[in-house]
Ligand binder design. Structure first.
Ligand SMILES: *Cc1c(COP(=O)(O)O)cnc(C)c1O
Length: 376
């Protein structure tokens, strides 16, 4: 059996253990410490954002963001339907109702037109949505300027789920820095990993201070343990943050390597008519190409997503269908949804290709061979 080629696997930079050992040697084995502060500072400088709070996961960050925006039971939160379930799950943690918004064709992310239609309709039905969660899927920037304009017009705060988009930019500005709150993930398969972890970012100092307070069990200032609010145990560990610091030393390289993967695939698919790649619509959009993704566009050809996936599988290469939209998931299908068929079609016909920054030349050759043979 040939060695497995993963969709996206961890890729260490080399200095991670230096930071982890420092934590060990100084006995900073806790959910706070110099690595947590250092990792927050690295992110702050890289993203050009004022404040960062390192947390235990991206999911925890979204949950805390909703708590900070005072989203409560019975409230409605608009969110991208074409995403990973971690975007939507936290909406239900606070007892609120997800209202799912379909995608547009250019970036595969939240359609601004459907968003505005949904806002008007929810207001007409008697309830103004309390927040918008917009996702930058696969690293591709959503049409964030249009979405922010709509959000500002109706005065609804925006949470940007940039879990897949660290290193991506819109008009030279880092994703996650457009909305009131941005969230990041450092899970094992993301562009950089701390083995597991997340962050909340914002230019609002008070919000981030409150995030740190709530993430450490909401302890009031007193010699004994005193609490006037419900707290959470969501802070990042100092060991985990050490891995994150090592990874931040190579984030620039990782973005370049993933963008090179995209160019590698673009060349292969150049003369394959049945398939198109998710591409930056114009130079305002800068994707980290966390994953390179394709969609089968032809209805005449018998070539299809599933057969290509199985051809990869036979060669021990992992490729995965695009996210199944949340409005099609048994757990969320009864929530309100505003759809146009775009994400359903993407799910039926789309595939994520192996996109690790650590793919070797030999592995790329194996991948290329499968594609060439399938379309021969
Ligand atoms: C990974 C991911 C998350 C959740 O991050 P975790 O750190 O795994 O909790 C949220 N949203 C999207 C779009 C993701 O891909």
């Amino acid at each position: 059996m040939k060695s497995k080629i993963w969709l996206s696997s961890p890729h260490m930079g080399g200095n991670e253990m230096k930071y982890v050992n420092e934590a060990y040697d100084t006995n900073w084995i806790a959910p706070l410490g110099p690595n947590v502060n250092g990792f927050e500072e690295d992110l702050q400088l890289y993203l050009n954002i004022k404040h960062v709070s390192a947390l235990s996961s991206g999911t925890a960050a979204i949950h805390l963001a909703l708590v900070l925006l005072n989203i409560k039971s019975g409230d409605e939160v608009l969110a991208s339907s074409f995403t990973f379930s971690a975007t939507i799950n936290p909406i239900t943690y606070v007892g609120a109702t997800p209202v799912l918004i379909d995608s547009e064709n250019e970036t595969w992310n939240m359609s601004p037109e459907i968003l505005e239609k949904a806002i008007k309709d929810r207001i007409f039905k008697g309830k103004k949505p309390k927040a918008i969660i917009v996702v930058h899927l696969y690293g591709m920037p959503a049409k964030i300027d249009k979405i922010m304009a709509i959000a500002n017009k109706y005065e609804i705060p925006v949470i940007e789920d940039a879990a897949e988009a660290l290193g991506s930019k819109y008009k030279e500005k880092a994703l996650g820095t457009f909305g009131k709150i941005g969230i990041l993930s450092f899970n094992g398969n993301k562009i950089i990993t701390s083995s597991g972890g997340g962050a909340m970012i914002s230019n609002d100092e008070e919000l981030i201070a409150k995030s740190r307070f709530l993430a450490t069990q909401a302890r009031d200032n007193a010699p004994h343990y005193q609490h006037t609010q419900v707290g959470y145990n969501y802070r990042m560990s100092n060991i985990v943050a050490g891995i994150g610091r090592g990874q931040m030393e190579v984030i620039g390289e990782r973005v370049s390597q993933r963008r090179e993967n995209f160019l590698f695939y673009k060349e292969i698919f150049l003369d394959i008519e049945e398939v198109s790649l998710l591409e930056e619509p114009n130079t305002d959009f800068y994707s980290n190409f966390w994953l390179t993704t394709i969609v089968f566009t032809s209805t005449e050809s018998e070539k299809n997503r599933e057969d290509l996936r199985l051809a990869f599988e036979k060669e021990n290469i992992e490729a995965r269908p695009l996210w199944k939209p949340m409005h099609m998931q048994p757990v969320f299908e009864n929530y309100p949804a505003y759809t146009n068929g775009v994400s359903e079609k993407l799910f039926d016909n789309g595939l994520c290709l192996p996109s690790g920054s650590n793919l070797t030349i030999e592995e790329k050759e194996r991948i290329k061979k499968v594609i060439k043979e399938y379309f021969k």
